[in-house]
Design a protein around this ligand. Structure first.
Ligand code: ZN
Ligand code: ZN
Length: 386
């Protein structure tokens, strides 16, 4: 089963690349493998190349690398679309002709086509929708959507590149060279940022893609089982090579025989085995962070806050009006700062101001309020501490 082992290693590698930086794998072998693949190894290759080839060639290669991964470009978007339609073509030619079969009825075509249509539609929408670009015309309103929480966003700074106010929860995307409201991340497969205005399409795309993969796996299983019947493998007799005896073919051998006879079905299996767990896990991760009221970008900020709590530099500070706010006060400033305060001992003591409850968070992402509506209902709440 050499092929099976190769597939396992390749799946693990893709998994490490996609999810290695995720919080759930912090300080684990998955994160270390990710850091090695993405940072340590490229650094070593760079040093070897500079020593063995020439600096000019390496510099040119690095410029190409930067243009590919550091700047907005459609290369990975085109690759994603081509791979998607290749996968679909394999499915349509290899598996679809066997639906319906004795395990699934013709009515399945309705949800199959509907899921694919939703999946393609949400992908296109997530690619072309404005993610929430901050520009001179909307910056004042964008600043009203979220108020600074005093902790992750102490105030409203000016973006050094855009030279505009940077609304709370926004981030400057180096690839797009723009500030994006409620920025989650820049997705190279969509060639777009994921932010306040298109997070719903991104979530819809991930959810429908998970359904496509799970449904595809189910259809694949029924097609393989159907083929066992149509190829006369159910109850077929074969000679055992070791004992020389004529015995009924085992279930496992019949499946391996079918895959061996039809390479394209094996290709479809490889696609499903790689994609299904990766997409389902990533979708679950995105739904989880939405339900907890933070973005991928803020996840890293919360990790820094957790470290600061461990270092004992996070305090609940009482301001003049008697209001309490959470602040980081570095050790060198603690003697100078005379405001009444108590140290935060556990991250659970701090409320995430942007968390409105799992359902409300989801509704907020699916139906983001317009900036005008936020301006009308400007909130004056501050960070509260339990
Ligand atoms: Zn900016
Ligand atoms: Zn971007």
């Amino acid at each position: 089963m050499k092929f099976g082992f190769d597939l396992l290693v390749f799946t693990a590698w893709v998994f490490v690349l996609i999810l290695g930086r995720n919080r759930m794998f912090r300080d684990t072998i998955v994160e270390r493998a990710h850091v090695y693949c993405m940072e340590t190894l490229p650094g070593r290759i760079d040093r070897w190349a500079r020593a063995g080839i020439s600096d000019a060639v390496v510099d040119r290669a690095e410029r190409v690398w930067l243009a590919l991964f550091g700047r907005r470009n459609p290369v990975f978007q085109i690759i994603a679309v081509v791979l998607y339609f290749l996968g679909l073509a394999v499915f349509m030619t290899q598996a679809a002709p066997m639906v319906p079969n004795r395990y699934m009825g013709a009515w399945h075509w309705i949800p199959i086509i509907a899921t694919l249509a939703v999946n393609m539609g949400t992908y296109a929408a997530a690619c072309v929708a404005d993610p929430g670009v901050v520009h001179a015309g909307n910056v004042a309103q964008a600043c009203q959507v979220f108020q600074p929480d005093g902790l992750l966003y102490p105030d409203t700074p000016t973006c050094r590149t855009c030279l505009l106010a940077k609304p709370a929860r926004s981030k400057h995307c180096a690839a797009c060279n723009q500030c994006i409201q409620m920025m989650d991340h820049h997705c190279m497969w969509l060639n777009n940022c994921i932010g306040l205005n298109n997070a719903r399409w991104f979530l819809g795309f991930l959810t429908s893609f998970s359904l496509v993969c799970i449904y595809g796996s189910y259809i694949f299983a029924t097609v393989i089982l159907e083929l066992r019947h149509t190829r006369g493998l159910v109850g077929a007799m074969v000679r055992n090579e070791e004992t020389g005896l004529i015995v009924p073919i085992s279930f496992r051998t019949s499946i391996l025989y079918l895959l061996d006879q039809n390479v394209m079905l094996a290709v479809l299996l490889v696609l499903l085995v790689i994609l299904t767990p990766a997409i389902v896990l990533f979708t679950a991760y995105q739904v989880r962070i939405v339900s907890l009221g933070y973005t991928s970008n803020e996840e890293h900020k919360w990790l820094n806050v957790a470290d600061a709590v461990k270092d004992g530099v996070v305090f609940v500070v009482e301001s003049e009006g008697g209001r309490e706010a959470v602040e980081v006060i570095e050790v060198e400033d603690q003697l100078k700062d005379l405001r009444p305060r108590r140290v935060v001992k556990d991250l659970a003591e701090i409320n995430n101001r942007y968390h409105r409850g799992a359902w409300s968070n989801l509704m907020f992402v699916l139906f983001p309020p317009s900036a005008e509506a936020c301006t009308r209902t400007k909130s004056t709440k501050t960070t509260h501490v339990e």
